[in-house]
Design a protein around this ligand. Structure first.
Ligand code: DP6
Length: 319
């Protein structure tokens, strides 16, 4: 191994969501998904040899207890790469995602860890294999290996090696993502358990795979034609459909809070008034607005504290 390996991976926001696994251990999804990576917002991971002979996991400058769920997941992931060898490491990860943005960091975290491990052990694995490895850490991490618009193809093989992401050849400089942070008092059910519950108990979930496949088609069409209305409306409809399957689970999975609904209603009112803004939501109460550069100033005044990301430029408007 090297003395020092370092890698960065971006967060990503799905426009067609991954919800439901056909195989739990390998994070093999029921449906393909499509996302946009958030430029410079994400995780940076450094790996060094550990002189103490013990593994060490550091997150945002804090040393974690190795028995903590996150640290043990990281170490189990490192074991995939070092196999039987006795090579203790220090894994040091920093997220530059503003805490105010309310974004999950497991996607960028496992993608950065995968890229850093590939360097550290000098494996020179191709991108699709790196993406498949990242997927085993967290499904959505398969997409964070790449920048821009990314599709994760579900794959069909049992070993999952065809279940990986790839970048789409589309550049959209005016595309913006706005992070709306809603108050987060309650602890949400994590994605893994949420998916399990939905698949097991929501009869509405039966319609999800077909809806996702159709939405994926529409997103491809929107990207090919530069059709923002089709892109935004498809993404919002897809997110609402996913949340409908969550709500139809038992016990119900309602990730929304009153302020989430208020923000949705605000988006709908703005659309009524002719502003082209859409939203998507994941397994939490926060909204991610989708809009174009021309509407940024107005939306910043409408949504106090909006964090705007320009996925196709090095410099975000803020942060
Ligand atoms: C709602 O990738 O966090 O954000 O594979 O169990 O780690 P695991 O789940 P995760 O799920 C993300 C779910 C989602 C939709 C999406 O990002 O596609």
């Amino acid at each position: 191994p090297l003395e020092h390996a370092e890698a960065f991976a971006p967060s990503n926001i799905a426009l067609c969501k991954y919800w439901g696994k056909r195989q739990d251990e390998l994070n093999l999804p029921v449906n393909s998904s499509l996302s946009i990576s958030l430029a410079h917002l994400g995780s940076r991971t450094v790996i060094r040899p550990s002189a103490t002979g013990e593994d060490k996991v550091i997150l945002n400058a804090k040393v974690l207890d190795l028995d903590a769920p996150f640290a043990s997941k990281v170490i189990a992931f490192v074991d995939l790469f070092r196999r039987q060898q006795d090579l203790p490491v220090i894994v040091d990860t920093r997220n530059n995602i503003p805490t105010a943005a309310g974004l999950a960091s497991s996607a960028s975290g496992f993608a950065a860890l995968t890229l850093a491990l590939n360097q550290y052990f000098q494996l020179q694995l191709p991108d699709n294999v790196l993406s498949a490895f990242a997927r085993m850490g967290s499904g959505s991490a398969s997409r964070s290996i790449f920048s821009g618009f990314v599709e994760w193809q579900m794959g069909l093989h049992e070993d999952g090696m065809d279940s990986h992401a790839y970048p789409l050849d589309v550049v959209w400089p005016d595309f913006r993502v706005g992070l709306v942070k809603v108050s987060t008092s309650q602890k949400a059910v994590d994605s893994r358990s949420g998916m399990k519950r939905t698949v097991a108990t929501a009869s509405l979930y039966q319609s999800w795979p077909a809806q996702a496949a159709q939405d994926l088609e529409k997103l491809h069409q929107a990207l090919a034609q530069g059709d923002f209305t089709l892109l935004g409306s498809t993404a919002e409809h897809n997110a609402m459909s996913m949340h409908a399957t969550m709500i139809a689970s038992w016990p119900p999975l309602l990730y929304w809070q009153p302020d989430s609904v208020a923000a949705m209603q605000k988006v709908w009112a703005l659309r009524e008034a002719g502003i082209e803004v859409y939203f998507t939501m994941d397994a939490g109460p926060n909204l991610k607005l989708l809009f174009q550069a021309k509407d940024q100033a107005l939306l910043e005044t409408e949504f106090a504290g909006l964090e705007v990301v320009a996925p196709f430029s090095g410099a975000a408007a803020r942060v």
